[in-house]
Design a protein around this ligand. Structure first.
Ligand SMILES: *[C@@H]1O[C@H](CO)[C@@H](O)[C@H](O)[C@H]1NC(C)=O
Ligand SMILES: *[C@@H]1O[C@H](CO)[C@@H](O)[C@H](O)[C@H]1NC(C)=O
Ligand SMILES: *[C@@H]1O[C@H](CO)[C@@H](O)[C@H](O)[C@H]1NC(C)=O
Ligand SMILES: *[C@@H]1O[C@H](CO)[C@@H](O)[C@H](O)[C@H]1NC(C)=O
Ligand SMILES: *[C@@H]1O[C@H](CO)[C@@H](O)[C@H](O)[C@H]1NC(C)=O
Ligand SMILES: *[C@@H]1O[C@H](CO)[C@@H](O)[C@H](O)[C@H]1NC(C)=O
Ligand SMILES: *[C@@H]1O[C@H](CO)[C@@H](O)[C@H](O)[C@H]1NC(C)=O
Length: 399
């Protein structure tokens, strides 16, 4: 009886721990085709994790060879994937249906302006909005009952002259689409124009209208961000790729839109942490318990970590993930931790719902790693890894 009780526990633990993730990748001559990889993360009764690639759809059979971003639409049970399509006239947004075993089935593919790099579902699953980097645009799509898309709006921008960093600010570059906590506004960081573009959502039509713009200092290059609602206050955190800064704004809801007031700014790698030469800050997300802001650096090689080949004693370079404490009363950040990201170029990463594991796509290494998060919110060990096709650009959890 004792034995069967134990084995039942072990069975339940291992069943509960298995989870699907999906990763997009760019095609890379050295690292193989781009596309979408299905991953399975399993935990054995002893606690050991195994990350396995269970299916791969190449770009032709999924969302193109420059797949840059995935969005899970829980309202419609669809995964949206965008193709940045470098060098091609147009990009695409692909709708994929998840199967029970984690594989994905393509059922809709819409041609878009080139260079979509991020999407978010809004208005309770009625619509999707995309940021287009090279084509300086924001496009909106209504989500059909099937989960397929129908084009709605195109907002396309121009600069009258290049920005303070001319080689990167030759044109407006829309980099992400961020839904506010009330579901009423979309904020679009524009890396090229040094703007946060704010759009209001019409909840009866899902149409966006331009509400206002917020200017950041010349040469900042805002890239990604996230909101936090504490119950008493709303904050917006924006990471900037060109100036390598992290900024907190206090957000006020006015009769006409959103009003932002800067309450904190620091170098993106920690307060008083020198910005490594050549670095380009990338991702900024909230921990599920809303206590920490988690960000990533790129091209900095701040750490040397153990080789993933246990027979190889040569260490490999790793960029950092950075954890920041959030003061919920002020929106200010303070240093919590800098930890290895598991390799080079963590363009994007995501945390599981429980807040216990982080999945990181290492674009330069062709690898996805899982890092544990400890009870105190700090990053712990790399607990699993897998080499995928191409250069991983995003990885999300099926939760
Ligand atoms: C992509 O995948 C499809 C379907 O599996 C296959 O027919 C095709 O040959 C693949 N293309 C390349 C370039 O590997
Ligand atoms: C996963 O499910 C899909 C759809 O049901 C099926 O086509 C595919 O063969 C399955 N893959 C595996 C590895 O079982
Ligand atoms: C494809 O790209 C061209 C310009 O490169 C643009 O005019 C056209 O609207 C795009 N097609 C779609 C469906 O967005
Ligand atoms: C939303 O769109 C509808 C239809 O165009 C319009 O009647 C309504 O005034 C709009 N609502 C807002 C808040 O702008
Ligand atoms: C909200 O503000 C009240 C009064 O200042 C404070 O007691 C409470 O802790 C705050 N709650 C949060 C979640 O910040
Ligand atoms: C950063 O440096 C300033 C100036 O030396 C110092 O006053 C401050 O305490 C430092 N803060 C941290 C978090 O290291
Ligand atoms: C050991 O790892 C280093 C760094 O990744 C690599 O350059 C080297 O080729 C590897 N050696 C062997 C024998 O695999």
């Amino acid at each position: 009886m004792h034995v069967s009780h134990l084995s039942l526990l072990a069975f339940t633990a291992s069943q509960a721990a298995a989870v699907t993730l999906w990763a997009t990748s760019y095609g890379d001559s050295g690292l193989g085709y781009g596309g979408v990889t299905s991953l399975n993360l399993d935990q054995s009764a002893t606690g050991a994790y195994t990350l396995t690639a269970t299916a791969f759809l190449n770009g032709t059979s999924s969302c193109g060879d420059q797949s840059s971003w995935l969005t899970k639409d829980s309202y419609n049970d669809v995964i949206y994937c965008v193709d940045e399509a470098w060098g091609l006239a147009n990009g695409s947004i692909t709708s994929l249906k998840p199967s029970a075993n984690g594989s994905l089935v393509l059922f809709d593919k819409e041609t878009t302006l080139a260079s979509p790099v991020a999407t978010v579902v809004y208005n309770g699953g009625a619509a999707l909005v995309a940021a287009h980097y090279d084509t300086s645009a924001v496009t909106t799509w209504s989500i059909l009952p099937s989960g397929g898309l129908k084009a709605m709006q195109v907002f396309q921008y121009k600069l009258t002259k290049p920005g303070a960093v001319p080689d990167r600010q030759d044109a407006p570059h829309e980099h992400e689409v961020i839904l506010d906590p009330t579901g009423s506004f979309i904020v679009v960081p524009d890396l090229g124009a040094d703007l946060l573009r704010i759009f209001a959502i019409n909840k009866s039509t899902s149409m966006l209208s331009e509400s206002s713009t917020y200017s950041v200092p010349a040469g900042t290059g805002p890239r990604h961000g996230t909101f936090l609602n504490t119950g008493n206050a709303t904050y917006l955190f924006i990471i900037a790729e060109l100036a390598n800064t992290i900024t907190s704004y206090s957000v006020a809801y006015t009769a006409t839109g959103l009003s932002l007031t800067q309450v904190f700014i620091s170098g993106a790698y920690g307060i008083n942490v020198t910005i490594p030469a050549g670095a380009g800050a990338a991702e900024a997300i909230l921990s599920p318990d809303h206590k920490y802001l988690l960000t990533s650096e790129r091209h900095a090689a701040s750490f040397q970590i153990a080789n993933f080949d246990p027979k190889n004693s040569t260490k490999i370079p790793s960029d950092a993930l950075i954890a920041w404490n959030i003061d919920p009363l002020t929106g200010k950040l303070s240093n919590a931790q800098r930890a290895p990201a598991g390799g080079m170029n963590p363009r994007q990463f995501s945390v599981n719902k429980a807040g216990t594991l982080v999945a990181v796509g290492l674009q330069d290494d062709g690898r996805v790693v899982i890092i544990e998060r400890r009870g105190d919110g700090s990053f712990g060990d790399i607990v699993a890894s897998v080499v995928v096709h191409g250069s991983p650009t995003s990885v999300i959890w099926d939760e």
